[in-house]
Design a protein around this ligand. Structure first.
Ligand SMILES: Nc1ncnc2c1ncn2[C@@H]1O[C@H](COP(=O)(O)OP(=O)(O)OP(=O)(O)O)[C@@H](O)[C@H]1O
Length: 456
């Protein structure tokens, strides 16, 4: 490391001095900088082997938002930059998010000298820094998703996949039912990929997250001047999906007037942009999904029966993960391999004890929860924590039994903070998912997950 060059950016002069004192003995050049505004200048005039960046500068003390913005900026200037984040103990969730956003690792403050050194050594040694980059498409969700070839794991899914293969080439409307995180989106994409429309768009809309005022313009489009913010003509999601498939998620949450509007469009196969007086024909295959019991909602008169009949030509029921325990092992192994490779972590297996606990757990968030729990455990795994290469129960946090890596109080405080921030941003942007996601530095998908988690 004697010929390496390191930059440390933190607004606390004591932290800068202490870090320099420690690292100077091992790294050739250690530059320190108090003001992150100087980053572009420094990066354009030096070649750093690694950069240590604080997540919380004074203006924005606890959210880490400024840190994320600077991380993005650094990676814009040098996509191969190897950024290690400084973060306070308890900010582990944030550190995990930052790694997903492209940082190579993180150091908890106050640091332990040998761990800090190991992390810096590994960051400097790593060639290219591309190992921890997120998968293409995970950082920001485009308006039109291209088909993703994701494997569908688990023997319990086999009968469903057989139905998918039979139904996909027809144009039949499909309704996918199942709890959150059971794979409804995945199955909808599989239907599209196996259909004759696979080279046309697959457009996914979380209709449950659209406010009353956004619903029409998002789905059907608008013309310039139709309302204050309509600065230009814009096609809606139905028009975007023309020739392909439209996937309407959380259909059970539609209000009566939204149900009526949607039914008209489905009956007439035509959309009229808000403010326009001429309808346009659209040719879309419709797939809907919900975690609600629609028959019960019909009985309660909360969902229109005529709309249900229009969308449920074929119904697919996805079982909850707790009802298919044989799938837990294969799914866990699959995610373990995927994330160990993505984050370059030395984890290769799950211990039998951990697997047994997983089978006992209820998995209220189903496969998504399992996926995130494994991703988190892999990111946080250190050789000394994982006894070499196997994840043990202690490396793993079950939602209801947070006994492991992050103390419960700190997890809760973080969650409160996160919830509060999201609520504030939702009010500020009047429910616009795109704007809120942008402000918080989250993908739309990640924001939806949090809205769901916090019941917002
Ligand atoms: N059988 C499976 N094999 C591999 N990955 C899966 C499987 N089922 C679900 N997943 C993964 O789990 C995550 C959640 O799945 P998905 O988004 O399809 O669930 P969902 O039922 O649509 O959730 P929601 O109701 O919250 O919208 C995704 O990342 C998906 O790729």
């Amino acid at each position: 490391m004697q010929d390496a060059k390191l930059l440390i950016v933190d607004d606390d002069p004591d932290v800068l001095l202490a870090a320099r004192l420690l690292l100077k003995r091992h790294v050739g050049t250690v530059d320190i900088e108090k003001n992150p505004e100087k980053l572009p200048f420094l990066l354009n005039n030096n070649r750093y082997d690694a950069i240590v960046l604080d997540m919380n500068f004074q203006r924005d003390v606890s959210s880490g938002r400024e840190g994320f913005a600077w991380l993005d900026r650094i990676l814009d200037i040098d996509p191969k930059a190897r950024v290690v984040l400084f973060t306070a103990y308890g900010d582990v969730e944030m550190a995990v998010r930052a790694i997903k956003a492209g940082a190579v690792d993180f150091v908890l403050k106050p640091w332990q000298n040998d761990k800090f050194l190991d992390t810096i050594r590994a960051a400097i040694a790593k060639a290219g820094g591309s190992l921890q980059m997120p998968e293409p498409g995970t950082k920001a969700e485009g308006r039109t998703s291209s088909p993703k070839q994701t494997s569908i794991i688990g023997s319990a899914m086999r009968p469903i996949l057989e139905t998918v293969e039979r139904v996909a080439p027809t144009d039949a409307n499909v309704l996918i039912l199942g709890e959150n995180g059971t794979g409804k989106d995945l199955i909808a994409r599989a239907i599209h990929e196996h259909s004759n429309r696979s080279d046309k768009p697959f457009v996914s809309v979380d209709v449950g997250a659209l406010t009353e005022s956004l619903f029409e313009s998002e789905l059907f489009g608008h013309v310039k001047g139709a309302f204050t913010d309509a600065r230009e003509d814009r096609a809606g999601r139905f028009e975007e999906a023309n020739g392909g498939t439209i996937f309407l998620d959380e259909i059970g949450n539609l209000t009566p007037s939204q149900q009526a509007r949607l039914l008209t469009v489905l009956q007439q196969r035509q959309v009229t942009r808000v403010g326009a007086n001429k309808a346009k024909s659209v040719d879309v295959r419709l797939i809907c999904a919900t975690n609600a019991d629609l028959n019960e909602r019909v009985a309660e008169r909360a969902f229109r029966q005529d709309l249900l009949y229009r969308i449920n030509t074929i119904e697919l029921h996805l079982p909850a993960l707790r009802d298919r325990p044989t799938d837990i092992g294969p799914l866990a192994e699959y995610f373990l391999k995927k994330y160990a490779k993505q984050y370059n972590r030395p984890v290769t297996s799950l211990s039998p004890a951990l697997l047994a606990e997983m089978k006992q757990y209820r998995w209220p968030g189903n496969v998504r929860e399992l996926q995130h729990a494994i991703e988190r455990a892999v990111i946080l795994a250190r050789p000394e924590l994982t006894k070499g290469t196997t994840l043990e129960p202690g490396d793993f946090v079950f939602r209801k039994d947070a006994s492991a890596t992050t103390p419960v109080n700190e997890t809760l405080q973080l969650e409160d903070m996160e919830r509060h921030l999201i609520q504030q941003a939702m009010q500020k942007h009047r429910g616009s998912i795109t704007d809120v996601a942008k402000e918080l530095g989250l993908s739309r998908q990640a924001l939806y997950r949090r809205l769901e988690k916090f019941g917002l």
